[in-house]
Ligand binder design. Structure first.
Ligand code: NAD
Length: 477
């Protein structure tokens, strides 16, 4: 018996006749059926969101903040059932699934704590000029499959706090947890304020084209981001794009090798490498390359890979067949080009989309495994011995999401890190994201930011209000 999940339109179950199967990537079994929403359901959701907009945007900010906080509390209250559901549709271990659910709650709370400022730019005897931040309207939110809950909350929470109504679409690979959150949220928000729809490949483009949607917030690959931007341009929708990355980590020769190898291992292979800000290219100084590689190999060989629902699993499967096949193809390409493997390199002989943690030994800079975003558990290790050269190699990428520098001398590392052309620079750490600091990519890694007040204000239009005062001051010569 598998469950059928409901889309939420106007605060209630949407009547949808078609459904699609959702697969557990650890065993390829069907675990649920998600509504296959199309143009009809999208029109209904957008109409509900538009009808709810006047009431929601005039609801006092404090009440909107309280309702978003209630949503965060609901995630925390249902964390265990949401964690199990998320593991079954995503594959990630329970501890990571819990982190995704609670991360979603954390971001929702952080946005709900932010106030929307009114900036007074002039206030004198003649006039008062202030800049208000008003909601944009109906927000279409498109989320990826790697962190379904956190990504959904990083979009829905600021949009709602800012007074917009929302149509949220999870990835077709991981729709169930988000659909369930949509059902739970009906108890909090007025009908039409938060609508949650799942659907196949056609639904995203229908959203980016829809004339009733005023802003698209999208997290996903850079290739899809380009399509989203082109489509949104036709109706001049506002956009926020959080896209792919190919983060370089630069390791200087003075590091504590075992300690730093452990941290970089976690930053490269956590979530089976399916993190936008995973370490995806590892540049290690030639003096410690062999020692560092040996430490990573030992960690990779000791890793427990398996079904995320089983106790002790640290790394789950690749989330979907399409991504699994892409990764197998990257491994085959590396083999065909004669690159050496330090660990892994063969698909695992078991049901499900499993790959071992794979380390590629110093492939050339032009290799596909170096140039492309792998988004999986395959890490190229690259040797360097000159700082200017390694900085140039790190920056020679279409991506600009994040980068890290590791050294016992933090000042020196910061000086090197400051030369990286990325939206995030980490020193002696990687992947850290802070709800009160902007998170976004340079170059092909995105447009706009999430998190921080800047991320919240991305869900507003600036409105300059100028009031001429009744009695202008007399002009003095
Ligand atoms: P994807 O681009 O395939 O899909 C993302 C979402 O867009 C899904 O909901 C999908 O259904 C929808 N979609 C697909 N085609 C569309 C179209 N033409 N128009 C509108 N919507 C469309 O991405 P994915 O495979 O789900 O996620 C992996 C990618 O996301 C990686 O590149 C990763 O780096 C990136 N990512 C970036 C961040 C970040 O914050 N920068 C965070 C997580 C993931």
């Amino acid at each position: 018996m598998t469950d059928t999940y409901a889309a939420t339109i106007n605060g209630t179950d949407a009547l949808v006749s078609a459904h699609f199967d959702v697969i557990n990537p650890a065993n390829e079994q069907v675990i649920g059926h998600a509504p296959d929403c199309g143009a009809t359901e999208l029109d209904a959701a957008v109409a509900a969101a538009r009808a709810a907009l006047p009431g929601w945007r005039s609801t006092p900010l404090a009440q909107r903040q309280a309702m978003v906080k209630a949503l965060a509390a609901l995630l925390a209250e249902h964390k265990n059932s949401l964690m199990r559901l998320l593991t079954s549709e995503h594959g990630k271990p329970h501890a990571d699934a819990l982190g995704d659910v609670l991360g979603g709650a954390h971001w929702a709370n952080a946005y709900a704590d932010m106030d929307i400022p009114i900036e007074v730019t002039e206030d004198n005897a003649e006039r008062r000029v202030e800049v208000r931040r008003v909601p944009i309207g109906v927000v279409g939110a498109l989320a990826p499959w790697n962190f379904p809950v956190m990504m959904a909350m990083m979009k829905a929470a600021p949009a709602l706090v800012a007074g917009n109504t929302v149509v949220l679409k999870p990835s077709p690979f991981t729709p169930l947890t988000t659909l369930r959150i949509g059902e739970l949220a009906r108890a909090i928000f007025p009908p039409g304020v938060l609508n949650v729809l799942s659907g196949g490949d056609a639904l995203g483009p229908l959203m980016t084209e829809h004339p009733g949607i005023d802003k698209i917030t999208f997290t996903g690959s850079s290739a899809t981001g380009r399509r989203v931007m082109a489509s949104a341009a036709l109706s001049l929708k506002r956009i926020t794009l959080e896209l792919g990355g190919n983060d370089a980590a630069i390791v200087l020769p003075d590091v504590d090798v075992p300690a730093v190898a452990k941290q970089i291992f976690a930053a490269a292979f956590g979530n089976a490498g399916q993190i936008c800000v995973a370490v995806k290219r590892l540049y290690v100084h030639a003096d410690i390359y062999d020692q560092f590689a040996a430490a990573l190999v030992a960690l990779a060989r000791a890793a427990t890979i398996g079904d995320g629902a089983e106790q002790g699993t640290r790394f789950g499967p690749i989330q979907n067949r399409q991504q699994f096949e892409r990764l197998v193809n990257l491994i085959e390409d590396s083999k065909a080009n004669g690159y050496a493997f330090l660990a892994g390199g063969e698909a695992m002989d078991r049901p499900g989309y499993f790959l071992p943690l794979t380390l590629v030994d110093n492939p050339p800079e032009h290799a596909r495994i170096v140039q492309e975003e792998q988004f999986g558990p395959i890490l190229p290790l690259l040797k360097f011995d000159d700082i200017d050269d390694v900085v140039a190699r790190a920056n020679d990428s279409i991506y600009g999401l994040g980068g890290s520098v590791w050294s016992a001398d933090a000042d020196r590392a910061l000086e090197i890190g400051s030369r990286l052309e990325t939206g995030n620079v980490w020193i002696n750490q990687a992947q850290a994201m802070y709800a009160h600091s902007p998170f976004g990519g340079h170059k092909a890694s995105g447009i706009g930011v999430e998190s921080s007040l800047e991320g919240l204000l991305a869900y507003t239009n600036a409105q300059t209000v100028a009031v001429r005062k009744a009695k202008p001051s007399p002009v003095t010569a």
